[in-house]
Ligand binder design. Structure first.
Ligand code: SF4
Ligand code: SF4
Length: 405
């Protein structure tokens, strides 16, 4: 696709990148076939090809309307279109650039501004979000239904082993996961303890930056990114083998640190190292002798489960078949799930900002996941887990729990 950017924009890092990406798109429309919003809404502008064209117009300085912003807002950033695209169009990077410009050129109404500001001031801060969830759990019966269903029950983390193995890895605690499901990282630490790996939990690391990045608040996103790099650097220098992420949404973001800081003289090299070391927990387990985990010795009856691969794992990080292999070899029976490539509608803050579309996707997803009567649903991202649990009659848990016995 040819572009007509102004020379001034073309010379910026965003301009160069957008130009390169747009030129790889041949406008074939294959991507529309797997786009969840195109499937639901049937509007060309609510599919990737239409959005790419809208972004091109925005970046060429053509008039930007509220309608343009609505079509971009409706995108889940699930990156299913990237998986489908035969030309390798990096849609995720392009929509970040497009959204940033649209945000500057349009004005949101008061309610939208307030909601986005509230999300930006709450979600990325563990010290604010955790007490808010605890309050919500106490007063759940008094809360409006729509809010109450988003508050999970109080879950105990269980022991977090305090060991000192020779092999060490860093774990990202994150922002919302410790409040919503503190048992995930504790279970990860117990499983890794069996594999003789210790986890380091650097105190100054926090949110990965994804919430801000996807709400077009790039400056604050980069501040979180640098804060994490600073918090991890000493441990990386001391030989930490990997940075483990148990929420695939955060994993996709941390793997992007090298790209986000590519033009930063001080942080570019460090960010590259962090991206190299960043591993989804499945990428760590698959390379260990997990057949020796205690779980296998217990000879438990086979469990029928449904696996929901988060978009940030299968499309964002391109990790496919790894969790499936681990769980199958550990004796679990993974039931067939129709349309497992489609988003569940969680997508970060999407379930709040685009509630109607999100609920349709949630309902379709839960129908497909429960069709063959699983005993539980397992996934690999806290957002998908809490979103699906809202409407599921069976437990929805992180898959790492199935190795923790
Ligand atoms: S993004 Fe890829 S699949 Fe979609 S229209 Fe462009 S080239 Fe075709
Ligand atoms: S990221 Fe997902 S919702 Fe957005 S255009 Fe691509 S497939 Fe559609």
């Amino acid at each position: 696709m040819k572009t007509e950017f102004s020379p001034a924009f073309l010379n910026t890092p965003d301009g160069k990148l957008a130009n390169k990406i747009l030129r790889t798109c041949v406008h074939c429309g294959f991507c529309n076939a797997t786009c969840p919003t195109y499937q639901l809404l049937g509007d060309e502008n609510d599919g990737p090809r239409g959005r790419i064209y809208l972004i091109k117009q925005v970046l060429e300085d053509k008039p930007v309307t509220q309608a343009t912003r609505i079509h971009l807002d409706r995108c889940l950033t699930c990156r299913n279109c990237e998986t489908t695209c035969p030309s390798g169009v990096e849609y995720g990077k392009l929509i970040d650039i497009g959204r940033k410009v649209v945000e500057q050129k349009t004005t949101r109404d008061f309610k939208e501004k307030l909601t986005r500001k509230a999300l930006l001031n709450l979600l990325p801060y563990r010290s604010r979000f955790t007490p808010a969830i605890k309050l919500g759990q106490v007063f759940k019966p008094l809360l409006p239904k729509v809010l109450a269903k988003k508050i999970p029950k109080n879950i105990k983390a269980g022991d977090f082993p305090n060991n000192n193995h020779t092999r060490k890895m860093i774990i990202l605690e994150g922002c919302v996961q410790p409040a919503l499901s503190p048992d995930i990282n504790a279970a990860t630490a117990r499983v890794l303890d069996h594999l003789k790996i210790s986890l380091i939990r650097p105190q100054n690391a926090g949110c990965c930056g994804a919430v801000n990045q996807h709400l077009s608040d790039e400056e604050k996103a980069l501040a979180f990114v640098k804060q994490n790099i600073d918090a991890w650097w000493e441990h990386i220098n001391n030989g930490a083998e990997a940075i483990i992420i148990t929420a695939s949404g955060c994993g996709a973001m941390v793997k992007d640190y090298a790209h986000l800081l590519r033009n930063d003289k001080e942080y570019a090299q460090k960010a590259l190292k962090v991206t190299e070391l960043c591993k989804d927990i499945s990428e760590v387990i698959i390379n260990e002798d997990y057949a020796n985990l205690q779980h296998q010795k217990q000879k438990k009856p086979t469990k029928n489960i449904s696996w929901h691969p988060p978009c940030t794992l299968q499309h964002g990080q391109k990790i496919n078949g790894v969790v499936e292999k681990i769980l199958t070899e550990c004796g679990y029976n993974l039931l067939p799930v129709t349309d497992s490539h489609l988003c569940c509608g969680s997508a970060g803050t999407y379930s709040i900002l685009q509630a109607k579309i999100s609920q349709q996707l949630q309902s379709n997803k839960i129908e497909n996941l429960t069709k063959h009567k699983p005993e539980m649903i397992v996934t690999g991202n806290i957002g998908c887990q809490t979103h699906l649990q809202e409407v599921s009659n069976v437990p929805v848990v992180h898959w790492i729990h199935l190795l923790d016995h």
